[in-house]
Design a protein around this ligand. Structure first.
Ligand code: CTP
Ligand code: CA
Length: 223
């Protein structure tokens, strides 16, 4: 019994992970999206499941798959769908990790027919999507809430503001400055900042290793 506990430190814990991009429809054949592969979120889900957690992985469109029976994959398309799915599971989980690259804006109106080309210029009015992570921060009880921050300037300051604005316990700051890190790459250069603003820069690592580091933060929290 003790042996199983030490090998599976997250046994009995439920973990919600968001992953991938979101696609925001413009018309029946077009959308606004981004280059997120979903790999970071899928790697976090696998790392948590491998240590005994029961994982709900809410993912936007990606080609990635998971065969792990401890990972329940919920496929969504838009930010609105991701918001609804996350709120369906959040009350029941111990930990939530928002690794998705959620669209910040979506078309205010979605055309019901394919938009025909016409003038030389064309614009689409956009409106803000719901901030999923901030909404979870507002309703959280005992959940350990982890967010990501993608910044290109004043990284630490901006990440600290996100901790406060979204009521996070930990933020994983993603640096795009260092070559070989980020979107479409197998590696990430991250810095952990906790809610007391303790800053821990990490080496450039594979996303699998970053995922293990994040899961170790969760284990330390419960230790
Ligand atoms: N996030 C979210 N819902 C959104 C936007 C972001 O859940 N509508 C989450 C992301 O999954 C990430 C964190 O919030 O964990 C920070 O995302 P980021 O894009 O870095 O920050 P934003 O709050 O969107 O601010 P900005 O893009 O202006 O820096
Ligand atoms: Ca954003």
């Amino acid at each position: 019994e003790k042996d199983i506990e030490s090998k599976l430190p997250l046994k009995g814990k439920k973990v919600l992970v968001t992953a991938g991009p979101t696609f925001e429809a413009i018309d029946p054949v077009r959308f606004i999206g981004n280059h997120s592969s979903g790999k970071m979120g899928f790697d976090i889900a696998a790392a948590a499941a491998n240590l005994g957690a029961e994982v709900v992985l809410v993912s936007g469109p990606t080609h990635l798959q998971t065969k792990n029976p401890s990972i329940h994959l919920v496929k969504v398309t838009s930010a609105e769908e991701m918001y609804t799915a996350c709120h369906l599971y959040f009350n029941d989980v111990d930990v939530a990790i928002a690794a998705a690259a959620v669209a910040d804006y979506k078309p205010k109106n979605v055309a019901s027919q394919k938009i025909k080309k016409n003038d030389t210029t064309f614009s689409i009015e956009l409106e803000k999507t719901k901030d999923i992570l901030a909404s979870l921060g507002q309703i959280k009880k005992n959940q350990f809430l982890i967010g990501f921050a993608l910044e290109t300037e004043n990284e630490i300051e901006h990440a600290k503001l996100k901790i406060q604005k979204k009521n996070l316990d930990l933020i994983v700051l993603n640096s795009l400055n260092d070559t070989g890190a980020g979107f479409g790459k197998p590696t990430n250069k991250v810095t952990f900042i906790d809610k007391d603003f303790k800053i821990e820069p990490q080496e450039l690592k594979s996303k699998e290793e970053v995922a293990i580091d994040i899961v170790n933060k969760i284990i330390s929290h419960y230790a």
